[in-house]
Design a protein around this ligand. Structure first.
Ligand code: ATP
Length: 440
């Protein structure tokens, strides 16, 4: 019986129990404040429970994690065994978040979850795997390089494989690791592929290794969220920074994620905005993992109101209080736009995005508008007001540039010191041919 009508509304009589979930799991959902299933949950859970492979497309913030986690936990309840499901995700932060969701939904059933990601102490992870968790959530690199069929983690026992952000998991960046994993996991496993955007790669995988999958599409392939108001703001390129500071002033007291294209720009923008008195924190792939987690936690706990991130934060992260997403650097891959702006307006809330556009970015903006089949509205700005900030911003720019230079020099010096310590430094820095002699 359909649970979602042609217009996409969920039948109000649908409950977690009526989808076939046991009361312990339905109660766990209610504990999380989920009163009724979301559309994607209502549509996909019955198929997943009946043992089908599922390919699901649903917009950002629509509850896809619960949609794949609940049927796995129910199946585990019927057939408890270690290393039952492997969930693959593209980023470490997303893996941790999904791990938390499995814990929240499954701990009352006694389900044990373990998260395996790069940048974290390997011994701790090996010990966690040896404790035979039921659910392993992982970024693929660490699994393949260090834990494949070692330390007691036997992938051939897995009953479920999930690829969250499936289209991203099937890109070249993860190709080698994902291929290896697919070869080891038994073919009679169930597979769930979930994302807010899809590609033909998914079809290829489907042909290669899925058995009669059910395809569920509760949104269009490149749809953005309805309650999200999407703006663009045209800025003269040499005043990139001034307009950003003005925009943040205009939206004081709001939680903001600012996306930039490089790690260096995330770092620089954070220094610049901090110098201007904004409460900002960076998040990017060149930070050590403990700092990445620290940054995210400070933003999540609203200790810092502005997160400046690269695309490492564009997919999956669920921070309900985010009011605004700013694309300070316009994304070059239009699909990233959908995921970035989807960090706000989650689970039925409203939100706003502002994409900053210079004269060089007009084509990219048009590409995005074509993909999402929507025109972005112009965010009104007062040039005179913006220019009032020029002097302070210029000063903060100088400070940021100096800071970046100092950090770069400290990094180079650190590298030289390490090389000298290991005897591998250059001739001039060692002042001799063979470097330091090893002590006897
Ligand atoms: N049935 C529900 N009712 C209310 N809130 C829900 C329900 N299911 C999930 N949520 C909440 O909705 C938010 C978004 O869920 P989730 O992170 O799974 O979205 P998603 O579809 O995976 O998004 P993305 O594509 O950005 O990864 C979470 O805060 C989650 O707790």
């Amino acid at each position: 019986m359909p649970t979602v009508d042609d217009e996409g509304a969920v039948d109000p009589n649908v409950t977690f129990e009526s989808l076939g979930l046991v009361s312990t799991l339905a109660d766990a959902c209610k504990q999380l404040g989920w009163k009724t299933p979301s559309k994607i949950q209502a549509e996909s859970i019955p198929s997943s429970l009946s043992g089908k492979d599922v390919i699901a497309l649903a917009e950002t913030g629509s509850g896809k994690t619960g949609a794949f986690a609940l049927p796995i936990l129910q199946s585990l309840l019927d057939n408890p065994s270690p290393h039952y499901a492997l969930v693959l995700t593209p980023t470490r932060e997303l893996a941790l978040q999904i791990g938390e969701q499995f814990e929240a939904l499954g701990s009352s059933l006694g389900a044990r979850t373990c998260v395996i990601v790069g940048g974290v102490d390997m011994m701790t992870q090996a010990i966690a795997l040896m404790k035979k968790p039921h659910i392993v959530v992982a970024t693929p690199g660490r699994i393949v390089d260090h834990f494949e069929n070692t330390k007691g983690f036997h992938m051939r026992n897995l009953k479920y494989l999930v690829m969250d952000e499936a289209d991203r998991m099937l890109t070249q960046d993860f190709e080698v690791e994902v291929d290896k994993i697919l070869k080891v996991i038994p073919r009679d496993r169930r597979t769930f592929l979930f994302s807010a955007t899809m590609t033909d790669k998914v079809r290829k995988l489907q042909r290669a290794s899925l058995t009669n999958p059910v395809k569920i599409e509760v949104s269009k392939k490149y749809q953005t969220v309805e309650k999200l108001i999407q703006y663009y703001m045209f800025i003269p390129s040499k005043f990139k920074d001034c307009y950003l500071a003005w925009l943040l002033n205009e939206n004081q007291g709001q939680s903001v994620i600012i996306f930039v294209s490089t790690c260096a720009n995330a770092q620089r923008t954070a220094i610049l905005l901090n110098n201007l008195g904004f409460s900002t924190i960076p998040l990017h792939g060149q930070m050590p993992q403990t700092k990445r987690i620290g940054s995210l936690n400070k933003f999540k706990s609203q200790n810092k109101s502005i997160l400046i991130a690269t695309d490492v934060a564009s997919r999956g992260l669920d921070i309900p209080h985010v009011d605004i997403v700013v694309n300070f650097d316009i994304p070059t891959n239009s699909k990233d736009y959908i995921h970035r702006v989807g960090r706000t307006a989650r689970a039925g809330r409203a939100g706003k995005s502002v994409t900053m556009v210079t004269q060089y970015d007009v084509e990219l903006l048009q590409r995005i508008e074509k993909l999402i089949e929507k025109k972005l509205a112009n965010y009104p700005s007062e040039e005179e007001e913006v220019m009032l900030m020029l002097e302070r911003v210029t000063e903060a720019q100088r400070f940021a540039a100096m800071n970046m230079k100092d950090a770069e020099q400290a990094k180079k010096q650190g590298k030289r010191d390490r090389e000298e310590m290991s005897g591998g430094g250059s001739k001039s820095s060692r002042g001799g041919k063979g470097g330091f002699k090893k002590r006897k």
